[in-house]
Design a protein around this ligand. Structure first.
Ligand code: GDP
Ligand code: MG
Length: 597
């Protein structure tokens, strides 16, 4: 039974605890193919290099390790490390039998450690604690061991004590993987059942599905079908990821590898879906498939001088790669033609923004993110609204509901007061506080998602000097006293600035936004009033004073180099500006509404 020498595992850790460094060390210490595979024609078709720094973004990498004359295949499956991608994390873990839980011995257990542990527990994974960074003088090995036992309830007696950086203790980790993580136990003779735990688009091969085979076998030429999307394909190639892709004859129960099948879009091979043999359909799919739904929406518009079609083409290209990105055309009175985009969370939104700018060299304007509100109208209907501009007339609204999350914040006890204040400020509802140890607590709050997406994380980090960490999950919808707030610039309503706020916070929010806009919109030849309004009622007002004539005159009267500098500066400033009426508004202004204080 070849499965008895296979181990499928992930490494889970709080950020910076050393997950990538440990993965690098494991790769250095191991080979890529078993002896039997080396004999096959596989070797001829590719140049193998021993040098394997993880520059490739690895989804799953295969390690071959020999111990006492036996060869083991250790499949290391990568998990994304952020709350935005929790579902992806859980699917990656579902492909494994076990996980290494890496804990930095100078830091101890943190929020993301715990969040990942819960996900691993949901998948019934065997967890192996690994204590890292023992080379550092501030390492608190015994305390951290005790923390792991108390908080995570894992036995740490045999936990490898390692320095991933210096390569100390890596053999112990390999032993622990082999000895403590169970081998897979699928049925290679049963009909095919494989889990897609990741999929990427590759311009040469189309979509590459990263899969874990639970039952059966798959090889080139086989017909396969996807459970959720009901799409059928013919397999072009199967293989494993070692140093690049290594094609193999077949994958069978217990294996982790890839399948290509001329699939054109990642939407047709979604994370969590089950691949099966259409001639032998299983009674049910592998558990846990969930259509990923965006939680945060924002408008993306071409900045002045950029073309709408360029932005659309770029979004389409990104979508081929990223099944979680959704977009639709929308128009804004202020910004013209653009797109309403849906994201998993703020990080996802930032990634897309950055990719549009870096990879496609586009200047874009992003409007303030919004969550999805449920608007119940007087005629008894319910509408989901993610663009404040689409809100029905206030008189037609019976009530509105907003999404809530449960946030678990882990912090040293020193910051408890600060954190509670912050959560309270964001309309949080206190749930509990649990001591992990004498000096550390987990504080649980329920908060409106709307309040969390506005720089909550930044505020938490800065108020706790980086010591607190947090994780959140959506828990449902609740009725809230919500209103639409508009912003007027020079008397003109700018729809791209409109946002939905809690009534109690409207005045303060309105005042802050006006103040902030005053700071980022340049002075013009005339005074520019900035106002916040609810309906026809103005709730806050600021004015950007006019540029004094003599200042301008002085500048222009100056020497030539100074004049050029000024012109260049103006040109730079022109980038990402939008004219609203006769007021020039820079890109930052659209993000200014995002910041809280
Ligand atoms: P990840 O975010 O969990 O993937 O963490 P990385 O592997 O990127 O490591 C974060 C930082 O910790 C990097 O600067 C590493 O060089 C450092 N690091 C990782 N392992 C060790 C270790 O054993 N000792 C020391 N001193 N530093 C380490
Ligand atoms: Mg890393």
């Amino acid at each position: 039974d070849r499965q008895k020498n296979i181990r499928n595992f992930s490494i889970i850790a709080h950020i910076d605890h050393g997950k990538s460094t440990l993965a690098d060390r494991l790769i250095e210490k191991t080979g890529m193919l078993t002896e039997r595979e080396m004999d096959s024609q596989v070797l001829d078709s590719m140049a193998l290099e021993k040098e394997r720094g993880i520059t490739i973004k690895l989804k799953a990498v295969r390690l071959v390790h020999e111990r006492d004359g036996e060869e083991y295949i250790l499949n290391l499956i990568d998990t994304p490390g952020h709350v935005d991608f929790n579902y992806e994390v859980s699917r990656s873990l579902a492909a494994c039998e076990g996980a290494l839980l890496v804990v930095d011995s100078t830091q101890g257990v943190e929020a993301q450690t715990l969040a990942n542990v819960y996900l691993a527990m949901d998948q019934d994974l065997e967890m192996v604690p690994v204590i890292n960074k023992i080379d550092l003088p501030s390492a608190r090995v015994d305390e951290v061991k005790k923390e792991i036992e108390d908080i995570v309830a894992l036995d740490t007696e045999h936990a490898p004590l390692i320095s991933a950086k210096n390569g100390v203790g890596i053999d112990d980790v390999l032993d622990a993987i082999i000895d403590e993580i169970p081998a897979p136990t699928g049925d290679a003779n049963a009909p095919l059942k494989a889990l897609i735990f990741d999929s990427i688009y590759d311009s040469y091969r189309g979509v590459v599905c990263y899969v874990r085979i639970f039952d059966g076998k798959v090889k080139a030429g086989d017909r396969i079908k996807m459970w959720a999307t009901e799409k059928e394909f013919e397999v072009v190639e199967v293989g494993v990821n070692a140093n690049g892709s290594i094609p193999l004859k077949e994958l069978s129960a217990g294996d982790v590898g890839y399948i290509t099948a001329s699939i054109k879009n990642v939407k047709e091979a979604r994370v969590g879906d089950t691949i099966y043999d259409p001639a032998n359909p299983p009674k049910e799919a592998l558990p846990g498939y969930k259509k990923v739904v965006p939680m945060v929406y924002s408008g993306i518009y071409p900045a002045e001088g950029e073309s709408y079609t360029d932005v659309r083409d770029a979004l389409e290209k990104l979508q081929v790669n990223d099944a979680a990105l959704v977009f639709d055309a929308e128009t804004s009175v202020a910004l013209g033609f653009g797109f309403r985009c849906g994201f998993l969370g703020l990080l996802h939104m930032e990634i897309i923004q950055e990719r549009l700018e870096r990879e496609f060299d586009l200047d874009i304007i992003t409007t303030a993110p919004s969550v999805i509100y449920r608007v119940h109208t007087v005629d008894g209907k319910m509408e989901e609204i993610q663009n404040p501009s689409n809100l029905p007339d206030p008189t037609a609204i019976e009530y509105m509901e907003e999404p809530f999350v449960r946030a678990e914040i882990m912090s040293p006890t020193d910051y408890v007061g600060t954190i509670m204040e912050l959560c309270q400020e964001r309309r949080g509802r206190y749930i509990s506080m649990d001591y992990l140890e004498e000096t550390r607590v987990v504080i649980t709050y329920e908060l409106p998602l709307n309040e969390v997406i506005y720089d909550f994380f930044d505020a938490l980090k800065s108020k706790t000097r980086g010591y607190a960490s947090y994780d959140y999950e959506l828990i449902g919808y609740e009725q809230g006293d919500l209103v639409k707030m508009d912003i007027l610039i020079n008397g003109e309503l700018v729809d791209a600035f409109s946002l939905i706020v809690h009534k109690e916070k409207a005045y303060e929010r309105g005042r802050k936004i006006c103040e902030r806009l005053t700071g980022v919109i340049p002075r013009h030849q005339f005074a520019v009033p900035i106002q916040a309004a609810i309906g026809s009622k103005i709730i806050a007002r600021e004015t950007i004073r006019a540029v004094r004539k003599d200042v301008l005159a002085k500048c222009y009267g100056g020497d030539i180099s100074r004049k050029r500098k000024l012109l260049e500066k103006q040109k730079e400033g022109k980038k990402r500006m939008r004219s609203i009426g006769n007021v020039e508004v820079p890109q930052e202004a659209f993000l200014a509404v995002l910041k809280y204080d």
